[in-house]
Design a protein around this ligand. Structure first.
Ligand code: ADP
Length: 483
């Protein structure tokens, strides 16, 4: 890997301000999904190292919370600047371990930094309240305090942004945090820690450790010192973590699976809808939790949309994300490829019509042809399961009521998208969709200024925006008597 600053590529964990190996020296290999080549070995840690990181966070907490918000903001601001100054190296590290095209990695680094910048500022605006008192001799005061030691578990699809979206608000609010990144993409996390250290984040305030997900997760959940857990990943793992946090009644943020509907009404601007569908479906080769998973197209424009959409899909360029003009990197691992294959086979066996793609790409590894299937119906697996890959299934619908009912017929409720120019329909459908986020006439909705999160089994809490810091704060009511 060619980096301007090779010291950003670390092969150790960062605990209590020190770079360290696992207690017994165990390591695990990390591979480049585009080539299958090893990138290096990282520590395989467990419960004992996790406890050490949590204890270090607890020891660092009093001094960190005592700093003024402005002092914390100055450190965060410096971290943001260092991330942006090193964006190219961070993007190369990300593409090498995750596979997404370099342009997307650059975009994610900017997006990742934006959470640190945003929360550095937002931390200064954590205000309290004085409420009208029912007593003449007492005053009712509400303050907001940092929740305490936080723990975070993050996924591989956004190796940097899912970390800063949690660490930014935690640190800004005055909380220390211990992060376990996904075992497939640890190097982006370590690089962020290198820059946090350079920015002056005190020892223990931000630790990063890799290893046995179950052992680390179990310790984070069971340890009473940890007051809050923030998780981004699958609904299945979210359920386990929620159960494991029950004995210690932890505050929880869960950003879980999605099964986003993408609806094209007959009055839509079809070219805009095609652009939006490509952006929403094929970003990160379909591996984002807000990716369109089910495309519903109204009867009158179904064939016209399908034709334009397939033409656009055929223009996508599959290949190693480090090469120029590539828009589709490999899927993260073999398991992910198999799931896409299964969904395609199931859809075709039940009457789906293959319009383009449909199989592994000739480049091998995790590369897969961008695929579109028409005549998809509700009995197929793609209707209810998140594919998390480059497969676009096209469902046909007739009425608004029908499509809203279909869109909501899932246990998930993260994002939804639709295209229409009719203002009445826009409001009715936006209000009827049971999701935490709705994109109207756009396929891209993520920004640090807006609240990201889901309803139903897509999770709890919101990340980003002025609401996002709430997850790291607790309220205290002080009754001021003796006046
Ligand atoms: P994905 O399907 O996107 O890989 P996962 O939910 O499996 O989603 O993984 C997201 C994160 O959760 C990763 O960091 C992974 O290591 C972690 N993880 C997986 N299983 C567990 C578990 N039982 N306890 C704690 N963390 C887990």
């Amino acid at each position: 890997m060619k980096l301007n600053d090779p010291s950003l590529l670390r092969h150790q964990c960062f605990i209590d301000g020190a770079w360290c190996d696992a207690d017994g020296g165990a390591t695990v290999e990390v591979r480049n999904p585009a080539t299958g080549q090893p990138l290096g070995q990282v520590p395989h840690m467990g419960a004992a190292e996790t406890r050490r990181a949590i204890d270090a966070a607890n020891a660092a907490w009093p001094a960190w919370r005592k700093k003024s918000a402005k002092e914390r903001a100055a450190i965060l601001r410096k971290w943001n600047d260092l991330i942006l100054q090193n964006a190219e190296d961070l993007a190369v590290i990300m593409t090498s371990e995750q596979g997404k095209p370099l342009a997307e990695s650059r975009g994610e680094i900017t997006y990742a930094a934006s959470f640190i910048e945003w929360f550095a500022e937002e931390g200064k605006r954590v205000a309290g309240d004085t409420l009208p008192s029912p007593w003449p001799d007492r005053r009712v005061v509400v303050t907001r305090e940092p929740v305490g030691v936080c723990a975070a578990i993050t996924p591989w699809n956004f190796p940097a942004a899912m970390i800063t979206r949690k660490v930014g608000p935690a640190l800004a609010a005055g909380c220390p945090i211990v992060v376990k990144p996904a075992e497939l993409t640890p190097y982006s996390a370590f690089a962020l820690a290198v820059l946090a250290e350079r920015a002056g984040v005190p020892r223990g305030v931000f630790s990063v450790l890799t290893g046995d997900a179950q052992a680390i997760g179990a310790e984070m959940c069971a340890n009473p010192t940890v007051r809050k857990l923030s998780f981004t990943g699958s609904t299945a793992v979210g359920r386990i973590l929620m159960q494991q946090c029950a004995p210690t009644i932890k505050k929880l943020s869960l950003e879980l699976g999605g099964n986003a509907p993408f609806i094209v009404f007959d009055d839509a601007d079809l070219d805009a809808a095609v652009d939006g569908a490509i952006a929403s479906k094929y970003r990160n080769s379909g591996q984002t939790c807000v990716c369109a998973n089910r495309l519903y197209v109204q009867d009158g424009v179904y064939d016209a949309f399908a034709e334009k959409f397939v033409a656009a899909v055929r223009k996508l360029q599959v290949g190693n994300g480090l090469e120029a003009n590539i828009t589709q990197g490999p899927l993260i691992e073999e398991k992910a490829v198999k799931k896409v294959e299964e969904h395609i086979a199931d859809a075709l066996a039940h009457g789906g019509r293959l319009l383009t793609g449909g199989k592994r790409h000739m480049l091998g590894h995790g590369f897969f042809e961008p695929t579109v299937i028409a005549d998809v119906s509700t009995s197929m697996r793609v209707a209810s399961e998140e594919t998390f890959g480059p497969l676009a299934p096209l469902f046909r619908f007739k009425t608004d009521e029908e499509v809203v009912q279909l869109a909501n017929a899932t246990e998930f409720g993260l994002a939804a998208y639709f295209y229409s120019r009719d203002i009445g329909r826009v409001w009715r459908v936006a209000e009827a969709l049971e999701t935490g986020m709705v994109g109207v006439n756009t396929g891209l909705i993520s920004t640090e200024v807006a609240p990201f999160g889901g309803v139903k089994q897509s999770g709890l809490g919101r990340e980003g925006s002025s609401y996002g810091i709430e997850d790291y704060l607790v309220m205290k009511y002080i009754c001021m008597g003796g006046l």
